[in-house]
Design a binder for this molecule. Structure first.
Ligand code: PLP
Length: 400
């Protein structure tokens, strides 16, 4: 007898990134020489200060339940960090505006779950992080894609928003720097979207989740642009999401957060209180230590990611029909492979062919909303990266 699974899971897919990653790891375990470029995590170690703080927390028996929204000292640091990125707010954030969650993933899920009623639309710029539409569906919402193009720098515009938004549109998810493309919005580009949200009859009903998880991994000359800083008048309608996974290489520690108006924070807190309670105490103390570190301590990581982006671009350019987007942040190369696709082939069959023929694991573009593209992570050691990129060039060139 097969157990009936709840209807709310109909049409919700498993994460393609995790699936491909697992397939590559299984091949490696069989002794095959696979270059795995799927992972969405930095290859650096957790800051030493965080390790020391976590050991001190264990030795100090900080092992009890924590408050549902997080320990006050962490929430204060998060408020301070966010205020530094949003200095124009008339009412600076305080610890009371912060809920700490199990990663940015839970922070985004919490927000959608707290704010979406059945049938309401979630506007998602494509290519998108593959979890956004699935989370919207799980919360009863309807994901609506806002298209962008390679030539348009993979950024949406007010015109593209106007084309798809309806009176049912409730939330717009922005993500800069972006996973999967690395597209990074300037303050001016964000301000144009902010104006639409303030003035347009449809835009006025839309809230924003600004996923800023890659804020530190930036290759632009200009400083990071936090969405709310572009349009501070939207303070009550913008939920800023961030976390320690990418900024401090703490993916496994599962620390993320929302910073939002008190009403939204209260709703998120209520739901998280019933679902997971306050999150891992030790990881919260470790995060306090990471947030106390000066920005300069992370400069070498950003430099290294930038060098690896350049290495990737230099090699992949040799396959002339690939359109490789020049990421301005995060650690992914997003590649349009239309020029090499065979009749009837999509990004899934392409990924399978690449894995079996040249033993490189990449993530197909379809779950990111780009069926002719693929995503590869350059957060891996330069030697493996070079080997992986050269194999990809060999693969594509063999197709003519
Ligand atoms: N948002 C984006 C765009 C991501 O790429 C990720 C992780 O891959 C997350 C959020 C969630 O990260 P975490 O749950 O590890 O904080």
């Amino acid at each position: 007898m097969s157990i009936r699974i709840a209807k709310r899971l109909d049409g919700v897919s498993e994460s393609a990134t995790l699936k491909l990653n697992a397939a590559a790891q299984a091949m490696r375990a069989r002794g095959e020489d696979v270059v795995n470029l799927t992972a969405g995590e930095p290859d650096f170690n957790v800051p030493h200060a965080s390790k020391v703080a976590s050991i001190a927390a264990i030795e100090g028996n900080k092992s009890k339940y924590t408050p549902v929204p997080g320990i006050p000292e962490l929430r204060e640091r998060i408020a301070k960090k966010t205020n530094a990125q949003q200095p124009s707010l008339s009412k600076p954030w305080t610890a009371a505006n912060v809920v700490v969650s199990n990663g940015g993933k839970q922070a985004i899920f919490n927000t959608l779950f707290a704010l979406i009623d059945p049938g309401e639309e979630v506007l998602i710029p494509a290519p998108y992080w593959l979890s956004y539409p699935e989370m919207a569906r799980l919360c009863g919402g309807v994901p609506v894609t806002v298209p962008s193009t390679f030539d348009g720098g993979y950024k949406i515009t007010v015109e593209s928003l106007k084309r798809v938004a309806t009176p049912k549109s409730r939330i717009l998810i922005l993500n800069s720097p972006s996973n999967p493309t690395g597209a990074t919005y300037s303050r001016e580009e964000f301000a144009a979207i902010g104006k639409w949200l303030c003035e347009d009859p449809i835009g006025k009903n839309v809230l924003v989740i600004s996923d800023e998880i890659y804020d530190r991994i930036l290759f632009t000359e200009k400083p990071f642009a936090s969405f709310l800083e572009s349009t501070p008048a939207l303070q009550e309608r913008v939920i800023t999401v961030n976390g320690m996974s990418k900024a401090a290489a703490m993916t496994g520690w599962r620390i993320g957060w929302t910073v939002a108006d008190a009403s939204v924070t209260g709703a998120i807190q209520t739901m998280q209180g019933q679902m997971t309670s306050g999150i891992n105490a030790i990881a919260q103390y470790a995060s306090c230590a990471a947030l106390d570190l000066p920005e300069a301590d992370f400069a070498h990581q950003v430099k290294s990611f930038r060098e690896r982006r350049d290495l990737t671009l230099d090699i992949l350019r040799k396959a002339e029909k690939l359109k490789v987007y020049r990421a301005m942040g995060a650690f992914y190369a997003f590649v349009d492979a239309t020029g090499y696709l065979r009749a009837g082939e999509d990004s899934f069959s392409l990924a399978e062919a690449i894995l079996s023929e040249v033993k490189v694991a990449i993530v197909p573009g379809t779950p990111f909303g780009a069926p002719s593209a693929f995503r590869m992570s350059f957060a891996t050691d330069p030697e493996s990266l070079k080997k992986g990129c050269e194999r990809l060039v060999t693969f594509f060139k063999s197709r003519g």
